[in-house]
Design a protein. Structure first.
Length: 662
């Protein structure tokens, strides 16, 4: 039966109010108001097949009854489902025995949370918890993540993404970060570079349509100036071109950077992208002779969605504006006002700009990495020292692996393995870098690891500002090592005119520390949610109310590890019976009267906590507990029953009046 708004007139106002209140309180959906279908998640609770782990008190009635049936008190195993089923009038079955006092109990027709609530209120039960489902935390199946075939890729594989250890001191632990978030395809990282080989099989499905901002047709290598094709035609240069004494092969630099950020992951192919499921926006700004500031700045504004002007009087909208921009480019100059202005505009729009510090062998940080608002990244060796080629200085925010070969000859041992192409000039065969002549080393490849981490952070918490992102990255960074290098390696000094090779980083030369992707995500992961649900069905006979934290939840892959129940007021009316540090608590009233304020604090596995407070009444058939300070209590059974009776009576009265009128 549905009451229309037209019928909600005197004398039926009260009936209407009760009717709609009842619907809201109980979650009843009228047939005419069907909600959208929501597919069940694999990790959601089965609403009709409960699995609960129960620990029974050592002196419980059930345990004594088991001993009376001939069990040995020391060795007897709990098998109490039959007795509990009779007591609770529920279909229960014994599950696996987990200890002298602990067993799994299975039920049908109710959820695990509901069974926890029913069992926790039993005097024989010390505690009851949901038999939760856990999931593997494994490395992706991309073959080069761990190690590649001999002769194709270095034995270390993608060492820079794994968890740090005694050898791989500077590894960023992307593997741990993926336990919190594998990224979102709603988050876009723009790679402003040489373009991308769009058909690379590890990138083809991870790219948004970009744009080519190279305005010099003579050095663009694609035969045209700015256009809508962001593919990389190769940045090769002929002898004498761009001042080169010899011909220069194509670097496929943009393809390499894009692979580090967002190569397709867990697809059984090639490498894993540090940003995993984030999307990449390729924006071409570098040709055979590099790129001009005017092209780069115009591309920065377009990539962020601040402008649709692509030059030449043409308007081309960016349908996928980026919240992260990666600039693995620069030169050894002072920061110009043009970059200061565009970085201010981008930061104000919520865009984080990550820039490679430069490869000037320990000299000052390049521009635009040295500009205010840029998040500058220096490069580390696998053991955590500054790699010889990396620039440094106080402008650096953080450091990440930049690849290093260690050995003087032969295959490079610790390059940054990534996507590439085999073409000398134009693209030919899609491939991956190796430890040979194409080994990827440089601050260019440290920066995209930070960009990818920022993409993961925004996937977990989209509201983060550039300042909050910088703060979280720096606060979660691991300290630089002070030993482990060969004899003679000194501490890094402030940049001067003299080059500095490998050195031990400090916070004034290499930033706040070594990038830790997992710790950065954990730092910005939202706190747990505390909720209280109640059951007043036994109030009339026992004067007790069951309180449950079963609907409280931790964020991401964290788990709830602690509970604390506290009375904030009304202690003269009620007190707790039993534990106040379990997932449930029992509140016993002196009489069926009075109200108390109950607070629940939940703590998660990262040490974060949250608090909720509700007001609970000892009078039967009262309104539901009223949440305070952001809390949430559930509707009491007595209140719902009263509403049902009131609605039924009012409906009968209305029918009687209508019959008399007719």
């Amino acid at each position: 039966m549905r009451i229309s708004k037209r019928q909600c007139t005197h004398p039926w106002v009260l009936a209407c109010v009760l009717w709609w209140a009842l619907a809201a309180a109980t979650g009843v959906a009228f047939a005419q108001e069907r909600a959208p279908h929501r597919p069940q998640r694999w990790d959601s609770e089965d609403p009709s097949n409960a699995r609960v782990i129960v620990k029974f008190r050592a002196d419980s009635v059930l345990r004594r009854a088991l001993a009376g049936r001939g069990g040995t008190p020391v060795m007897m195993e709990p098998q109490h489902a039959v007795a509990l089923a009779a007591r609770l009038q529920l279909p229960l079955a014994d599950g696996r025995v987990l200890g002298r006092h602990t067993q799994l109990v299975k039920g049908t027709g109710l959820s695990s949370a509901q069974l926890v609530q029913r069992l926790s209120n039993q005097p024989d039960v010390e505690w009851a918890v949901v038999d939760q489902r856990r999931y593997i935390r494994s490395a992706p199946n991309d073959p080069y993540f761990s190690a590649g075939p001999q002769g194709v890729t270095p034995a270390a594989g993608q060492w820079y993404l794994r968890a740090p250890d005694a050898t791989l001191v500077s590894a960023i632990n992307a593997l741990g970060a993926w336990d919190l978030s594998t990224g979102s395809d709603k988050v876009t990282v723009a790679v402003l570079d040489t373009g991308v080989v769009l058909e690379h099989p590890d990138l083809a499905g991870k790219l948004h349509p970009g744009y080519d901002f190279v305005s010099d047709a003579a050095t663009s290598n694609d035969g045209s100036a700015r256009d809508g094709d962001a593919s990389d035609p190769g940045d090769f240069a002929r002898q004498g071109e761009c001042g080169y004494a010899q011909a220069v092969s194509s670097s496929w630099h943009g393809t390499q950077v894009a692979g580090i950020v967002g190569a397709a992951t867990n697809n059984g192919l090639g490498i894993a992208g540090a940003g995993r499921d984030v999307m990449v926006l390729p924006v071409r700004v570098l040709g055979a002779c590099g790129g001009t500031d005017s092209d780069i700045i115009a591309a920065m504004r377009w990539a962020a969605g601040l402008s649709s002007d692509v030059g030449g009087g043409k308007i081309h909208a960016n349908d996928h504006p980026a919240k992260v921009i990666n600039l693995s480019l620069g030169s050894s100059t002072a920061c110009s006002p043009a970059y200061i202005e565009v970085l201010q505009a981008l930061n104000a729009a919520g865009v984080t700009v990550v820039v490679a510090a430069g490869n000037e062998a320990g000299l000052a940080t390049d521009s635009p990495a040295n500009c205010p608002g840029a998040l500058a990244v220096a490069a580390l060796r696998h053991i955590g020292t500054k790699v010889g080629f990396s620039s440094l200085g106080p402008e650096v925010a953080i450091s990440a692996p930049g690849g290093n070969c260690v050995n003087r000859t032969g295959t490079c041992l610790y390059p940054i393995l990534t996507t590439s192409n085999a073409g000398v000039t134009g693209p030919t065969t899609s491939t991956y870098t190796s430890g040979g002549n194409d080994a990827s080393v440089g601050t260019s490849f440290a920066a995209p690891q930070v960009s990818a981490t920022v993409g993961l952070m925004l996937s977990l918490n989209a509201g983060l500002s550039p300042a909050e992102i910088r703060s979280a990255l720096q606060a979660s960074a691991r300290a630089f090592p002070v030993s482990g290098a060969e004899a003679g390696v000194a501490q890094c000094q402030a940049p001067s005119a003299a080059a500095q090779d490998e050195c031990y980083c400090t916070s004034s030369t290499c930033g706040a520390g070594m990038l830790d992707a997992a710790a950065a995500l954990a730092r910005i992961n939202p706190a747990p949610t505390a909720r209280i649900s109640t059951d007043t069905s036994a109030l009339l006979s026992s004067k007790s109310i069951f309180l449950s934290a079963a609907t409280s939840a931790a964020s991401g892959t964290r788990t709830l590890t602690g509970y604390q129940w506290t009375l904030l007021g009304g202690q003269q009316y009620a007190s707790f019976s039993g534990s106040t540090t379990a997932a449930s608590a029992t509140l016993v009233f002196v009489a069926n009267t009075g109200s108390v304020d109950v607070q629940l604090r939940v703590t998660d596995s990262s040490g974060d906590s949250n608090v909720v407070t509700v007001t609970v009444s000892g009078a039967p058939a009262t309104a539901a507990p009223v949440p305070s300070s952001g809390g949430g209590g559930s509707t009491s059974a007595g209140w719902v029953a009263a509403l049902l009776l009131a609605c039924a009576w009012l409906w009968r009265q209305r029918r009687a009046v209508l019959r008399r009128v007719q």
